[in-house]
Design a protein around this ligand. Structure first.
Ligand SMILES: Cc1ncc(COP(=O)(O)O)c(C=O)c1O
Length: 405
């Protein structure tokens, strides 16, 4: 018998999607660092703040009190009730406890949702720019992502007209993400109203609304949940979590709210895959929702200050332009004019530009292609002002080197 080759025995679904470019760039940056290079990473979508103390203490107390056993698969009743109450009070969604599924991060909520409503060959409408992970999960479910190109000129805004023209009888799900990773755009009431009108007119279409950045909005932007609009609750799966607003990425806690039959299907999926979220983390999440929001607001203010400083600096750089984010901790920088002016020996697309930037200027950014918007790069400002300043200095030097004769 020939030697057994494990790599030849992988299921075909492993190859249905590619590894996240964010993780690839971060891994490359870490490898360079391990070799001793002084690399600045503006790639990760992770708050640089620690989880607020009262939430950490609540987790320790819950662990000491013996909450170290399996929790019910849909989540602790106390947390599901607190989430339902939060959705009613803050989002205007008339959610009930049985409509809430607590998950291992928003990412699992998204996976549960897509696996529950998308069948082989179903179309999922994905307005670009979009968070990279949706594409992989859609493909795992056997669905077909239908990407709608976005534009810098429109401020990367959702276009109801574009969505309407992409719909077919196989359309099952529209994914919206507001505030949006990576553009920082926050959908306006008028935009959401127009989208809701289109969704309601389709016999089979539902919405997955990813609202994980809801607490990170700037100036007078206001986060609105599409499920709160008339007739939309039954058709919407609202996804949210604790990672971003409460700086709880490592805790792995998120949730979804959907009509009871869909919530039950998501619980079934979760029961088959992870059996649900950690018990003492769920107890701490009740404290996060019900306790003081001072720390959440302080972090929001810091992100807003950084946004202002980053934008002021980016505006001084030639051949690039950035849309001013209304929320999140990302800026999407359009570099298409810069790429068009590249020296002959230098890369001419965003992916190879990011590789070059990392290798030659030790700055890690994420290529826009990963979000369906080639010709751009994403800068994360979830990092200290000093590192941001140093990173932007390197970007300025890189731009100068890139176009010199
Ligand atoms: C738009 C969006 N949704 C969901 C997630 C995942 O969040 P979680 O850490 O709760 O799984 C992220 C994380 O980067 C994100 O950017």
């Amino acid at each position: 018998m020939p030697p057994f080759r494990p790599e030849e025995h992988l299921a075909s679904r492993v190859n249905r999607f590619v590894e996240s470019a964010i993780l690839r760039m971060s891994a490359k940056a870490r490898a360079l660092r391990a070799e001793g290079a002084d690399v600045i990473m503006l790639t990760l979508g992770e708050p640089d703040f620690d989880t607020p103390e009262h939430i950490r203490k609540a987790a320790c107390a819950a662990m000491e009190a013996g909450h170290t056993h399996y929790a019910p698969i849909p989540g602790l009743p106390e947390l599901r009730a607190a989430i339902a109450e939060k959705l009613n009070r803050e989002n205007g969604i008339a959610a009930r406890e049985e409509e809430i599924v607590v998950t291992n991060g928003a990412k699992q909520a998204i996976a549960n949702a897509i696996l529950s409503v998308v069948d082989e060959g179903d179309e999922v409408i994905l307005p670009a720019p979009y968070w990279v992970a949706y594409d992989g999960i859609i493909r795992l479910a056997g669905g077909r992502p239908v990407v709608l190109p976005g534009s810098f000129e429109s401020g990367w805004r959702l276009s109801a007209r574009q969505i309407a023209s992409a719909l077919t009888e196989r359309s099952r799900l529209l994914i919206i993400n507001t505030p949006c990773n990576p553009s920082g755009t926050v959908a306006s009431p008028t935009e959401l109203q127009a989208i809701a009108n289109i969704v309601r007119a389709h016999p089979d279409l539902m919405v997955l609304s990813d609202e994980i950045y809801e607490y990170i909005v700037f100036d007078d932007a206001r986060h609105i949940s599409i499920a709160a609009l008339p007739g939309m609750k039954a058709r919407t799966i609202t996804v949210n979590g604790f990672s971003k607003g409460f700086a709880m990425t490592g805790w792995r806690l998120g949730y979804a709210a959907a009509a009871a039959p869909i919530a039950r299907a998501m619980v079934k999926m979760q029961g088959a895959i992870t059996a649900g979220a950690n018990a003492f983390v769920q107890k701490a999440a009740v404290t996060a929702l019900k306790g003081s929001r001072e720390a959440v607001e302080a972090m929001r203010q810091t992100y807003q200050q950084r946004r202002d400083e980053v934008m002021a600096r980016l505006e001084t750089l030639p051949l690039v332009r950035a849309h001013r984010p209304e929320g999140t901790f990302y800026v999407l920088l359009d570099i298409s004019m810069l790429l068009a002016r590249a020296r002959d020996d230098l890369p001419k697309d965003d992916v190879t530009f990011c590789d070059w930037l990392l290798e030659h200027h030790h700055l890690a950014l994420t290529p826009g292609s990963a979000f369906g918007v080639p010709g751009s790069v994403r800068i994360s400002f979830a990092t200290s002002q000093e590192l941001l300043d140093a990173g932007l200095n390197r970007l300025a030097a890189a731009i100068e080197a890139y176009v010199q004769a």
